[in-house]
Design a protein around this ligand. Structure first.
Ligand SMILES: NC(=O)c1ccc[n+]([C@@H]2O[C@H](COP(=O)([O-])OP(=O)(O)OC[C@H]3O[C@@H](n4cnc5c(N)ncnc54)[C@H](OP(=O)(O)O)[C@@H]3O)[C@@H](O)[C@H]2O)c1
Length: 264
């Protein structure tokens, strides 16, 4: 079972979308899995399928990461079950669109809890264990959104800018340790029906940049192992990123505003 011995990869938001695709890709290359998702999202059968198909160990915990005590509970479960976590993938995240002043409080809280709180606390809680192994990895899921401030999606953009700077700072902090830190900054991904509709409505840029979850996972995983600090899947997305470095800031704000204006 699992070429990687008794080591496990912890993935949050693993029951669908990019997290699910990364779980499959990691099982394929013989990593044991510890999958986190909401109750009733099929994690048990997902684990059974991956274990049978790839002959790896897989465990799961159904828990709502909007609750502030969830990171501590994940750590306790992992310690109680002797799961040796040498790879932490903070994938969970949501992005709501809207105007400040009109946002439902629960949408603001969900973005802060999933995108920022969970990523920060899980990293803090697991870091000493990660450091204790000869080779460990942290992957934080940012978004291309983290590079651009956009009206009507400002909370999401800011939360992903947080993930980006948190990861870059941490990577430098850990440069003399056994832990490699990467942040992935994908453009639009067709991870679920809502995203497929949104990408379609967002216009030409989004449609050209879009990738499916498998393409994203297959691009990210080898680069995570090679220690690439900032991973941007997709040739079009990387080209837009370079364009963004040379365009005037006001032009970027204007283009980004028009992508999300009036969307939900
Ligand atoms: N899709 C994109 O275009 C895109 C682009 C760039 C970056 N990203 C980032 O990539 C990451 C994954 O996005 P995705 O599009 O793959 O998301 P997704 O398809 O919505 O999947 C999110 C996963 O998280 C789980 N989840 C949702 N709320 C949860 C909660 N409160 N507690 C625990 N688990 C919860 C979901 O379970 P359920 O199945 O039960 O909902 C699902 O497994 C996010 O950080 C996102 O910001 C996405």
């Amino acid at each position: 079972m699992g070429k990687n011995g008794q080591y496990y990869t912890l993935i949050t938001g693993a029951s669908s979308g990019i997290g699910k695709a990364m779980a499959e890709e990691l099982a394929r290359i013989q990593r044991n899995l510890f999958l986190i998702g909401l109750p009733g999202t099929g994690l048990e059968s997902q684990c059974d399928n991956l274990s049978q198909k790839y002959k790896v160990y897989s465990r799961f915990l159904e828990i709502d990461l909007r609750n502030p005590d969830s990171p501590e509970k994940i750590l306790s479960f992992s310690q109680d079950n002797n799961l040796r976590i040498n790879m932490l993938i903070n994938n969970i995240g949501v992005g709501h669109v809207g105007n400040i002043g009109d946002f439902p409080a629960e949408e603001i809280n969900e973005m802060i809890m999933l995108n920022i709180y969970s990523t920060t606390h899980l990293t803090n809680l697991f870091l000493n264990e990660l450091k204790s192994y000869p080779e460990s990895y942290i992957l934080n899921m940012g978004s291309f959104a983290g590079f651009i401030p956009a009206a009507h999606k400002s909370i999401y953009m800011a939360s992903k800018a947080y993930v980006y700077y948190f990861s870059c700072g941490l990577s430098y902090e850990l440069k003399n340790s056994s832990v490699k830190v990467s942040v992935a900054m994908p453009g639009p991904v067709t991870s679920n029906k809502k995203m497929i509709d949104r990408i379609h409505n967002d216009g030409t840029f989004s449609r050209l940049m879009k990738l499916n979850p498998d393409e994203v996972a297959k691009y990210i995983i080898p680069r995570l192992f090679s220690g690439e600090k900032v991973i941007i899947p997709g040739l079009v997305t990387r080209t837009v990123y370079i364009l963004g470095l040379i365009l005037p800031y006001a032009a970027i704000l204007y283009i980004a505003k028009n992508v999300f204006a009036g969307k939900k």
